[in-house]
Design a protein around this ligand. Structure first.
Ligand SMILES: Nc1nc2c(ncn2[C@@H]2O[C@H](COP(=O)(O)OP(=O)(O)O)[C@@H](O)[C@H]2O)c(=O)[nH]1
Ligand SMILES: [Mg+2]
Length: 241
């Protein structure tokens, strides 16, 4: 059987000349540098007793709405701060600031995810001693945010009903890496063919440890259960610090 070397084919090189080529896999290097910094961030946050959550989803699924609802329920229990990631604008930070919560806006200028160096610069602008709970609102995208560790203790994602129940088949990595899935906009369930049971079954086949919450930021349904999960996670984290 003929063995095909994909790099040889890609470069068009033949025979011995391929030995002269040094392949540097930039993607792997970027991911491993990012991972090392994310581990350092996690260590620093642990030393300061700060629990950080990385919240990810598509644009418009309800990240800012969920953060605002969470702040309203938890701001008397925890000193909360928010790191907002967007390609442009201060829109979401302004919504957080209106809740009386400090926000740092990371304007990525085109980058479609937040990575550890960006989080490090946000943290440098914050007094870590002033917080026990930081929430990252990642850039709206179900693809690359799943690949970049930010140093957060926990990862959560939102899928909203209007996006459809097939997203777990299309973006399996995001569903695999998260500790919690928040299914938002359940007030739209009666208007769509979204199959909640089928979605949950598919997600659990991919990730048996994931906690699933069904919520509506519009009606408030299910938000208390989500906040109870956060309380448990923060308490367990603080016990380990
Ligand atoms: N009907 C309904 N609309 C919602 C819900 N949650 C958020 N929205 C709306 O969805 C839009 C996008 O929400 P936003 O929180 O900005 O999403 P983000 O882009 O993920 O931060 C806004 O108009 C929200 O008011 C919900 O549970 N039900
Ligand atoms: Mg937002």
């Amino acid at each position: 059987m003929v063995k095909i070397d994909p790099y040889k084919l890609a470069s068009g090189c033949e025979g011995d000349s391929v030995k002269e080529i040094r392949l540097i896999d930039i993607r792997e290097e970027i991911l491993s540098d990012n991972q090392n910094l994310a581990d350092e961030i996690r260590k620093k946050l642990r030393q300061n007793g700060v629990f950080m959550l990385n919240l990810m989803s598509s644009p418009g699924s309800g990240k800012t709405s969920l953060i605002v609802e969470t702040i309203r329920r938890l701001k008397d229990e925890f000193r909360i701060g928010v790191i907002e990631g967007d390609i442009d604008s201060l829109v979401d930070s302004e919504k957080i600031a209106r809740e009386g919560i400090p926000a740092v806006q990371l304007r990525t200028g085109g980058a479609c995810h937040l990575d550890a160096p960006m989080i490090e610069s946000a943290l440098a602008a914050m007094d870590l001693g002033a917080f026990d709970f930081l929430i990252i609102e990642n850039v709206g995208n179900l693809v690359c945010p799943a690949e970049f560790d930010t140093g957060a203790a926990r990862k959560a994602m939102i899928l909203s009903v209007p996006e459809g129940d097939d997203k777990v088949l299309k973006y399996p990595l995001m569903f695999s890496v998260c500790d919690a899935l928040v299914i938002n906009k359940i007030d739209y369930l009666g208007l769509s063919d979204f199959n909640l049971d089928l979605l949950k079954e598919r997600v659990q086949m991919l990730n048996r440890k994931i906690s699933i919450f069904t919520v509506s930021c519009r009606t408030g349904e299910g938000i208390d259960e989500w906040c109870d999960w956060l309380r448990r996670e923060i308490a367990a984290y603080k016990n380990r610090c």
